[in-house]
Design a protein around this ligand. Structure first.
Ligand SMILES: [Zn+2]
Length: 230
């Protein structure tokens, strides 16, 4: 199997991406062993990044996300860039990442499945606020309301629009490439069930993710693989 040939021959390519696509840009993988999920022993990550914690403990929530998740100066890497070239012509990127690197790279056809960290609004009045304001204080200057990002927290639902656009893209794809994710987060991983029977599926990850039958696994550094693509 040659990835270049597969991509060249495909009519519609969907990349499904996770944290491993952002780590080469200096953003830590918060689900990996050395990621920020294990940095706090008192609270589980599922709780820290939950809607309950946002509402009941806004100080703690804010402190955690500002220290661990915001990297506004991070820039896209070769993986993002090659995906732009491919999907702007014939495909879609569906990402679990909330860091906006795919959109910064210029990806036109993009679903941010879990929202993102930089679209900020006030929970009280609904107004959209520049993220720079959020980085200095989580209280809306105007009315004291709680500012938050569009990131989907534990206990919250995926946006119906993101789900619909993802399912449509997966159904349309004749090639799906899963990159930089353990593919254990649901419902993201469930999206694969909407593919048609003759769709080729390839997973690229540094560690074997032991995918379901019919998925071809490439255990490798995605930076190396994407650097070689034309
Ligand atoms: Zn407000």
């Amino acid at each position: 199997m040659d990835l270049q040939t597969e991509i060249n021959n495909a009519k519609y390519v969907v990349f499904m991406t996770g944290a491993g696509v952002s780590t080469p840009s200096g953003i830590p993988d918060y689900r990996s062993k050395n990621g920020l999920y294990t940095s706090s022993e008192e609270l589980t990550p599922e709780y820290i990044l939950s809607h309950d914690n946002l509402v009941n403990n806004p100080d703690g929530f804010y402190d955690f996300v500002i220290k661990n998740m915001y990297f506004p100066d991070a820039i896209p890497n070769v993986i993002h860039e090659k995906m732009v070239e491919i999907t702007n012509q014939k495909g879609m990127v569906i990402t679990q990442n909330v860091d906006c690197l795919h959109s910064k790279a210029g990806t036109k056809n993009l679903v941010e499945f879990h929202g993102n960290l930089y679209d900020i609004h006030c929970k009280k009045c609904g107004e959209e606020v520049d993220y720079h304001e959020y980085l200095t204080d989580y209280h809306h200057k105007k009315d004291g309301g709680l500012l938050r990002s569009s990131t989907v927290l534990y206990g919250e639902n995926i946006s119906p629009r993101a789900l619909k656009e993802s399912v449509e893209a997966i159904t349309k794809a004749d090639l799906i490439v899963i990159v930089g994710t353990s593919f254990k987060v649901y419902p993201f991983a469930n999206l694969l069930q909407y593919r048609t029977t003759d769709t080729k599926v390839i997973a690229i990850n540094k560690e074997d993710i032991e995918p379901e039958d019919g998925v071809e696994m490439i255990v490798s550094d995605a930076v190396d693989i994407f650097s070689k693509l034309k």
